[in-house]
Design a protein around this ligand. Structure first.
Ligand SMILES: *Cc1c(COP(=O)(O)O)cnc(C)c1O
Length: 431
């Protein structure tokens, strides 16, 4: 199977972290998000251990909580010793309400509003990752009003293309995030920051994109960042304490995606950084990374009920399910590949070519095209694998569909961690 937490039992049922998915579908109903807590913790520990070992003490992952945000995930992050990235007051509120310490949070985003800034500073946020000049002014002004000095990192764009999807590629010069090194704007902006009395520039951040399967793009980014750090030292006598290399490694969604050894890749990035720092005479900074999907994606499976199977002669067959774009918009947004299977007939031959359609009223609201299953029928359970990241967090109420619940499995026991939305929830804001 695609990941080691997925197996098939004697009755031909898909087992997730040792629990029968068919029983889960019966117990909690469909559509249903399943999360393997043990896998999330194991993924976190891979980063925590490798980063501490190879980058040195103090280096650690910040879980990019946009990938999956609800109270339980912040509790796990806190227990494992990860810091978190947040990108909105809503994520900040969720993390705080789970008891996650504000000092271990990093506030990202290209348009933090005045109210975001006030709420975060009032809560004692650890760092803002500053994106632009307007925001710098607003943070400095409010910190001044509060009579304190706020820690910040500056987000810069190293101007490299990691050969990943254009739609999720944010390291290039032409993007809405951060300030460009290449155009000289980042250098100039650092001078401006250093004149501010109520912010303390502790280091730099870059994010070159997602679904990166080897160390090369991270090494390329590190080269540019260390050169920039050396320049800042020369020009402003700035000692850079922190270098944040952005999002984590890629995730295996389908068989054709590579299986990667994250710890080994981190080791290679670390030895590259050691060499570059020594060459350029800059003090080795504390290295941060911001894995999102590689912490949670392979812990997730979504279960759906099959409703109809429609064959259009000479064209194709559509299998319609009881969820769709409202709980997983990623195929509709960027044709993301996923592995699908019939959870209740996982041992049968998959020779029926079909397209999986959600129930939303949009022709583009598909989950996957040209996949093979055993010929499905109404009442079968369809599993979409590796849905732990950017599914629940991107879900909507389009067509007034209730968002599915999340069931967490830990040590072979299942429990509800997010309940199913109700019709009352749907109308709760309607006056
Ligand atoms: C999206 C994002 C991440 C997380 O990326 P993954 O591919 O989920 O690991 C990290 N940092 C920033 C700035 C991001 O925008």
């Amino acid at each position: 199977m695609l990941h080691s937490n997925l197996t098939i039992n004697k009755e031909g049922h898909l087992m997730i972290a040792g629990v029968d998915s068919v029983e889960l579908a019966q117990k909690y109903g469909t559509p249903l998000y399943i999360l393997d807590e043990d896998r999330i913790r194991a993924n976190a520990r891979t980063y925590l251990t490798a980063m501490r070992t190879y980058f040195g003490e103090g280096s650690r992952p910040l879980y990019a909580s946009k990938a999956l945000s609800f109270r339980g995930i912040y509790r796990i992050a806190a227990e494992e010793g990860m810091c978190v990235d947040i990108v909105s007051s809503g994520e900040l509120y969720t993390a705080l309400s789970a008891g996650f310490p504000a000092k271990d949070m990093f506030f990202h985003g290209n348009n933090k509003t005045d109210s975001d800034i006030r709420y975060a500073i009032d809560s004692g946020i650890g760092f803002f990752i500053v994106d632009n000049a307007e925001e710098l002014e607003a943070i400095d002004a409010y910190a001044s009003e509060r009579g304190m000095v706020q820690n910040i990192l500056l987000r810069v764009t190293p101007g490299i293309d990691p050969h990943t999807f254009a739609a999720v590629n944010t390291g290039k010069v032409d993007c809405q995030f951060g300030i460009s090194i290449e155009t000289g704007q980042a250098r100039e902006f650092v001078g401006k920051i250093l004149k501010k009395k109520h912010v303390s520039l502790r280091g730099f951040h870059c994010h070159i994109g997602s679904q990166i399967f080897d160390q090369v793009p991270f090494c390329d980014a590190a080269d540019i960042m260390i050169r920039f750090i050396a320049e800042m030292k020369q020009q402003y006598k700035l000692v850079t304490e922190i270098l944040n290399l952005g999002g984590g490694f890629g995730v295996r969604y389908v068989e054709s995606d590579p299986q990667i050894d994250i710890a080994e890749n981190i080791r290679l990035v670390a030895s590259h950084i050691d060499a570059r720092c020594a060459e350029s005479g800059v003090r080795h900074p504390t290295i941060l990374m911001e894995p999102g999907r590689s912490i949670v994606a392979d812990a997730g499976v979504t279960l759906y009920g099959v409703g109809s199977v429609k064959t259009i002669e000479g064209y194709r067959s559509y299998v319609s399910i009881d969820g769709g774009m409202s709980d997983n918009p990623r195929y509709a947004l960027y044709k993301s590949p996923y592995t699908v299977m019939l959870a209740n007939r996982a041992h049968e031959k998959a020779d029926f070519l079909c397209t999986i359609a959600g129930r939303c009223c949009e022709s583009g609201a598909l989950i996957q095209e040209n996949v093979t299953l055993p010929r499905p029928k109404r009442g079968d359970i369809l599993a979409v694998l590796v849905t732990g990241a950017y599914n629940y967090s991107m879900a909507s109420n389009y067509n007034r569909i209730c968002r599915p619940p999340i069931v967490m499995i830990s040590h072979g026991e299942d429990r509800l961690v997010v309940r199913r939305e109700t019709f009352e929830d749907l109308t709760a804001c309607d006056l």
